[in-house]
Ligand binder design. Sequence first.
Ligand SMILES: [Zn+2]
Length: 277
Amino acid sequence: MVDPLARFLDHLRLDALSDSGHTLSSLLPSGRLAVPATGCQRRFTVAVVCYFAASVESYRTAFAAWVIAVRPERCPHCGGEHTSILWGSYRRWVYTTTDRCQVRIERVRCRLCGVTDALLPSFLHLFRRYLLPLIQKAISLALDAGLWGEVLADAVGPYDAPAPSTIREWLWSFAHSAEWLLPWLQRTLSALEPLTALDPGRAPAHLQTIRNPKRRAAFTRAWQTLRLAEMLYAAVRRRQPDLAFRADSLLAFLAATRGAAGRIPRLLWPQAASQAP
Ligand SMILES: [Zn+2]
């Protein structure tokens, strides 16, 4: 089992050289990332998002072998080769619409620069308990299908799980993140395929008719971000035909790609976090 993203990492590194915002290294105060971890490990920890296509249950079963398979060969912070050592694990909650369980998250530490990373399976997102495909479903139902409020909550899960306020927060966090995700996607796509037209097309009518101009602009930008993420997936897939993310893993792909490009693999802000990723 090899992380399929590792192979196109070099394609995306060129972007890290040409852009000053949100690179991993730009967020390193004195060689440490500005996302604190909790527990006895007081060093700063970020997440390396690693592709895992199967279920949470399979992840729990395959955990030990998976950790060995996806352990970074090259440190994403200093570039050191084969410098990662396993650095213990912590437990983290995973929520679905009907259940919750705990999974182990492995930490690795670079012997060269000392930065610790959490190896996050791609069905999880930093600091979010719900499965990322579920978060994507909620965002897509709102932006693509125009569902909102109670109707949206009912379509995402039964009995208000997740709560409507949680879904609302996902949407606004993603819309806020689109302010920098969209230009990053435009730059990355331009670098990968300079001749590609980057027009995401006309936003759906339900977005164009939002009365509040701030909200209309934010949600339209978020919708454009989803379209460009699909274009990026198509572009990468043309270079690497065996790369296979499922349709419900578009955000997982986006997060993993940002990680591969040397960016914080985070699609939903706010930035402040008081727990391990
Ligand atoms: Zn390192």
